[in-house]
Design a protein around this ligand. Structure first.
Ligand code: ADP
Length: 294
């Protein structure tokens, strides 16, 4: 299979987000009237899959589903875990097809589950940092797979370190591309994306890309040659919904890099798509937005 025909696999969480829109940020211990409410499939890896698919990348999702009657009644995904799903475009909505769904009450994908994945179908695998011990074993499986292949056919490994939890920081050393959130950066004492990259570069492997998105400040990256790159943010005319901006950014960057774009282009595209997404609810507008920009 040619590299361009292979998919991007995202591993992590899918859950149900219940979003209540209110006029202003609620004060503690007060009641507010909702302007509207919606249920939306969420979870970082799931959101990134949604966006990758809307951008035209062929992708798959592997992860556990939050159990419960609410999720069951809302989503075609059944509440079993772990699950491997392909995401396909269907008239601008997304269809998720379960390929492997067996055990219940398993919160996260294990290395054993992952060993059943046919790695040759994938050119890029992205892990949302969660159950690190198992995720490191999965990454080792990919490293072994890669070792037998010429570099053009290797799977790129990306990791997202979003939550400020010490065990997740082990992942820094294992990604070819590492996304670190501003929350983690702040937690580690950094106040700007540039200082975060300076301070965290010693944690990533030589030649890795380290990326730090920072809301309205845009995003910064450390390139494999050690140079720093910056993209400004692209704020929408009106800020409507920033939920999932980070997942959108990650997906847009992965979409570009996995199709051979340079880091600078990928970073700018990530900020453009994520900024645009902040101008509407959910993700549905992304496909239209990208078509308009082309
Ligand atoms: P998260 O959703 O994980 O908190 P960030 O807030 O860092 O993620 O945002 C990710 C990207 O989304 C930023 O790099 C930026 O390009 C875009 N973005 C987020 N918030 C805004 C905003 N208020 N204005 C413009 N762009 C934004």
């Amino acid at each position: 299979m040619e590299q361009k025909d292979k998919k991007v696999l995202c591993i992590g969480l899918v859950c149900l987000d219940i979003i209540s829109v209110v006029d202003k940020y609620p004060e503690e211990d007060t009641d507010s009237r909702c302007v509207s409410q919606r249920w939306q499939r969420g979870g970082n890896a799931s959101n990134s899959c949604t966006v990758l698919s809307l951008l035209g990348s062929s992708c798959a999702f592997m992860g556990s589903l939050c159990a419960g009657p609410v999720a069951r009644s809302h989503d075609p995904l059944q509440c079993k875990a772990p699950v491997l799903l392909h995401v396909r475009k269907l008239h601008h909505s997304l269809k998720l097809l379960p390929l492997m769904a067996d055990r219940r009450n398993v919160p996260d994908v294990t290395a054993e589950d992952f060993s059943k994945v046919e790695l040759r179908h994938f050119k890029w695998i992205h892990w949302e940092g969660r159950n690190v011990d198992e995720q490191l074993k999965m990454i080792q499986q990919v490293a072994r797979h890669n070792a037998a292949l010429p570099w053009q056919q290797r799977i790129t490994i990306s990791v997202e370190i979003e939550k400020p939890r010490e065990p997740l920081y082990e992942l820094f050393a294992y990604g070819d591309v590492v996304f670190v959130s501003k929350d983690v950066a702040r937690h580690l004492g950094f106040h700007t994306p540039q200082s975060a990259l300076e301070g965290l570069r010693c944690r990533v492997k030589v030649g890795a890309v380290l990326i730090c998105a920072w809301a309205e400040k845009g995003a910064d990256a450390l390139a494999p040659d050690g140079l720093f790159i910056h993209s400004d943010a692209f704020p929408p005319e009106r800020l409507i919904d920033t939920l999932g901006a980070g997942d959108t950014f990650n997906a847009a960057v992965i979409h570009k890099l996995s199709n051979g774009a340079r880091l600078e282009e990928a970073l700018t595209f990530g900020c453009r798509v994520a900024g645009g997404k902040c101008g509407f609810h959910g993700y549905g507008g992304i496909a239209d937005m990208v078509t308009r920009q082309e």
